[in-house]
Design a protein around this ligand. Structure first.
Ligand code: ZN
Length: 623
């Protein structure tokens, strides 16, 4: 038996090893002859191309951005050749799909031009200062060949004085690699004259993890060094939550920060890196403000990149994966990103009350959270997360972001674990980390419930919490929970008359909405269900001409009229729309919006228990 086993092992190995070495990498050579006009030239060499006809495509989706995008629109001059440049027939069969016919050589070379002029975590940007590449927005690929290794050659670096920042494996000189397509797509690459600072963290297992901060900005090196020390402090606070850092591939994690006023603010998590883009002049003077995105994205290196929802596995680059778990993957990350800045001393508890107020209002005062569960809110991400459309949606009334909804749920669970079980949300996150993330076993919502049952040793509590607050729309008692930490939840404007928002607070309306020539107040987005203006029958398309008999031309004038009224007063409103001029009556109500204040600020005395509770919750966990 032993001998046979040995023989079969040898034959298995020979097949396996042959298959490995036979898989020649798909090779991308990237050049920048026309950066002034935002173009890159990309040559993709596919050795051992699929035997018959095959497709070469651009992605329509990017990991961490939950809506679809048409990356194919920025790719043109697409041609196919053999290795000596002789044309091979290629046909574009869809916007982002090109077909190489049956009769092609063994090695097919695809050439194309990439245009990119949008700096964020999702798209590509090419200009004389940098090439900022989110991989799905930049690189074509071959469906069916996802498991093949990939190599990159970045040219023209000396010409522009650029260096390379990426989680791709550095093979030497300007050559980088990824073991497969999924890893490659997850590895944003910044080519620029960035500044850099690095440090080592000795992990709990004794191994060293190297953390790099690269910043493409107009800051001097000492500013980056100092900012690196702040990021370092935040990293250790996050490590304390989980008890260890993840074991990063190739032993490194890199923050790719890009700071410039005309960029588009964003943070995009990846397995061993994060792309953070901040639309301000410089890091200097804005350090604490910038740290929030760092804290959030870094938390993702555990929660979502390793503690991975099954619904995102494998990531589908041709269509957005819908994930009902984003209240956990994003919402719990949102909660921790903000909390950890308090624990690491960058925000005071007083400042944190404003963040908490935002979370609690989002769950207690939005129609989205009143009607839909956190799971439903998560599903809607395929439309909400920078999804591009021309016509408006009814987002104001049907969607409460899973970031804040999930964040508020995390807050309630943390306070309940602390007050009912003498546990913390950190204990729960550590359990999920050990049971799922560390061993890379993707989870479902029932798995999260099972882990809550495990950590509390109370399956009944876990089932109740999930049924009421995750699968249901019930709300926790935030006032009672916050009081344990000496915080008061109260009306932000008690006794003040309120008509509701005319702008809905959501995305601005686009085509098909009211436009006026400087007359009245056009309502541009859906008014919010339950608000006095909604009840009065006003909505997008209406233009308010007069309130309480006085002509109004902007929302400030309208608000000034409301401000001197009392709750219960009625205001006559004259408005027009496509069916002519109309009159309605708004009955003013008390503003439902809540605020959170410390006992100290409210002039109440903090008890010893409250002080201890708050200290354990908001104090540093770094030993
Ligand atoms: Zn996130």
């Amino acid at each position: 038996m032993k001998k046979i086993f040995l023989l079969s092992f040898v034959s298995f190995c020979s097949v396996f090893c042959f298959a490995q070495s036979a898989q020649k990498p798909i090779f991308y050579s990237v050049s920048f002859p026309n950066v002034v006009h935002h173009e890159a030239e990309i040559t993709m060499t596919i050795p051992q191309a699929p035997y018959k006809e095959f497709r070469v495509i651009m992605s329509r989706s990017s990991a961490g951005r939950y809506a679809t995008h048409e990356f194919g629109k920025n790719v043109y001059n697409v041609i196919a050749t053999d290795v000596s440049g002789v044309p091979v027939p290629l046909k574009q069969i869809e916007g982002d799909v090109y077909l190489v016919g049956n009769d092609h050589p063994e090695t097919v070379v695809i050439h194309y031009t990439l245009f990119g002029n949008w700096t964020d975590g999702t798209y590509a940007s090419i200009d004389p200062s940098h090439a900022h590449l989110n991989m799905p927005a930049a690189f074509m690929w071959v469906p069916g060949e996802e498991s093949r290794p990939v190599k990159f050659e970045f040219n023209d670096l000396d010409k522009y004085g650029w260096k390379v920042a990426t989680q791709l494996k550095h093979e030497g000189d300007n050559i980088y690699s990824a073991p497969n397509l999924q890893y490659m797509m997850d590895s944003p690459t910044e080519l620029s004259a960035f500044k850099e600072t690095s440090w080592n963290v000795v992990n709990t297992d004794g191994k060293t993890e190297k953390i790099n901060l690269t910043v493409h900005s107009d800051d001097a090196q000492p500013v980056i060094d100092n900012f690196g020390k702040m990021v370092q402090k935040m990293v250790l606070e996050e490590k304390a939550v989980f008890g260890e850092l993840p074991s990063y591939d190739f032993g490194e994690y890199t923050f790719l920060d890009d700071v410039y006023p005309t960029t588009s603010g964003d943070g995009m998590e990846h397995r061993n890196s994060t792309c953070i883009v901040q639309p301000i002049a410089k890091v200097e003077g804005n350090e604490v403000r910038l740290l929030g995105t760092f804290a959030h994205e870094y938390f993702h290196s555990w929660n979502v990149k390793r503690i991975r929802p099954k619904s995102l596995e494998p990531f589908n680059f041709q269509h957005a994966n819908m994930s009902g778990e984003l209240w956990f993957a994003e919402g719990f990350t949102q909660y921790y990103g903000e909390l950890l800045l308090v624990r690491s001393g960058f925000h005071t508890p007083e400042e944190y009350t404003r963040t908490l107020g935002g979370l609690v209002n989002s769950v207690l005062n939005t129609p989205g959270a009143a009607k839909y569960t956190p799971v439903r809110s998560s599903d809607y991400s395929v439309f909400a997360d920078a999804g591009v459309s021309i016509d408006p949606t009814n987002e104001n009334n049907i969607f409460t972001s899973y970031y804040v909804y999930g964040g508020a749920t995390a807050l309630a669970l943390d306070l309940r674990l602390r007050s009912e079980f003498n546990l913390t949300l950190d204990d729960y996150m550590r359990t999920v980390w050990l049971d799922r993330g560390k061993i890379m076993k993707p989870y479902t919502i029932p798995d999260l419930q099972a882990d809550l049952a495990k950590v509390t040793k109370n399956p009944k509590f876990a089932a109740d919490f999930f049924n009421r607050y995750i699968y249901g729309v019930e709300k926790n008692n935030y006032a009672d929970l916050l009081a344990k930490a000496g915080l008061i939840l109260r009306k932000a404007q008690p006794g003040k008359a309120w008509a509701g928002s005319l702008t809905g607070g959501g995305r601005r309306g686009r085509s098909g909405q009211a436009r006026t020539e400087g007359e009245g107040i056009p309502i541009l987005t859906s008014t919010i269900i339950g608000s006095p203006v909604y009840k009065a029958g006003l909505d997008a398309g209406d233009v308010i001409l007069k309130a309480d008999g006085k002509p109004v031309k902007d929302e400030q004038e309208f608000d000034a009229i409301v401000a001197v009224k009392n709750i219960g007063d009625k205001i006559t409103v004259n408005y027009k729309n496509r069916t002519g001029e109309h009159e309605t009556t708004i009955t003013l109500e008390e503003n439902p919006y809540l605020e959170i204040v410390t006992y100290e600020k409210a002039g109440k005395e903090l008890t010893k228990d409250q002080q201890d509770f708050r200290g354990k919750w908001l104090g540093t966990r770094v030993q």
